[in-house]
Design a protein around this ligand. Structure first.
Ligand code: SF4
Length: 251
């Protein structure tokens, strides 16, 4: 894996970050601070990239990406740019999306939606699919658990919908935070009233990031929270389905 301050991890053979088998690039830097984040190491500020660095970094990343072309072709997979928040490094994001398109490699951008609308809409044009998290609708609750306002995220999703961008919605199912009947009801109403999207992937909370909080010496708000029971996940799935949504678990 190429060492650089812009991408903190490259995950090969990923099957949870979009269709097929994928290489996932985790961009450094995220403006949110979700209590349940599995990648707390990503929150450090990313650096501004200059032209020379950009050429070097994107070349190394493309070399890494192209090693697995055969897996993408066989599985309908490709590359996912995740984070951190990919929108926080637009120059590198656009460069990689352009290079992948030139080489006919399928691309996903996995975003919280918290970024400038212009950057998001441009990314949506350059990528094949946007993976978009919708977590909470209530402003106060969103601020409490992510540190930021939800308005920009909801407004950006409306804009993607107006542009008819290819979007896969993802709903992180976080016990005691997003999993209330009320929140899910409000998510459903928001999506039906403001977007064309009716496919949603439920991402049940898991504890894989736990060790990272310990090693970083950071407070882990989710220390005593267990992943949702299968019955709970099935119940949430049903709530979306009974409102006309196609639901998948994971991915
Ligand atoms: S948006 Fe994603 S990367 Fe950023 S803090 Fe939340 S979970 Fe972590």
């Amino acid at each position: 894996m190429p060492e650089n301050p812009y991408v903190f991890k490259i995950q090969k053979y990923s099957i949870h970050d979009g269709p097929g088998i994928r290489t996932t690039l985790f961009f450094q830097g995220c403006p949110l601070s979700c209590h349940w984040c599995h990648n707390p190491e990503s929150r450090a500020e990313s650096l501004k990239i200059n032209k020379e660095e950009m050429d070097k970094v994107s070349f190394a990343l493309m070399e890494e990406i192209e090693k697995d072309l055969i897996f993408y072709d066989d599985s309908g997979g490709g590359v996912t740019i995740s984070g951190g928040e990919p929108l926080s490094q637009p120059q590198l994001l656009f460069r990689l999306l352009d290079q992948c398109r030139e080489k006919e490699i399928h691309t996903c951008v996995d975003t919280s939606g918290y970024g400038a609308a212009g950057i998001l809409l441009k990314a949506a044009e350059k990528a094949d699919l946007i993976l978009y998290d919708i977590k909470l609708i209530d402003e106060k609750v969103h601020k409490k658990y992510t540190g930021k306002s939800v308005d920009l995220i909801l407004e950006n999703l409306k804009q993607l919908s107006r542009q008819k961008a290819a979007v896969r919605l993802r709903f992180p199912l976080i016990p005691r935070v997003t999993d209330t009947i009320e929140n899910i009801g409000r998510v459903i109403v928001f999506l039906k009233e403001n977007t064309i999207y009716r496919d949603i992937h439920i991402l049940p909370f898991h504890k894989t990031g736990e060790g990272k909080y310990l090693s970083l010496g950071r407070k882990n708000y989710m220390k005593d929270i267990q992943p949702p029971y299968r019955e709970k996940t099935a119940k949430v799935k049903k709530q979306f389905e009974s409102n006309g949504f196609n639901v998948a678990i994971g991915g």
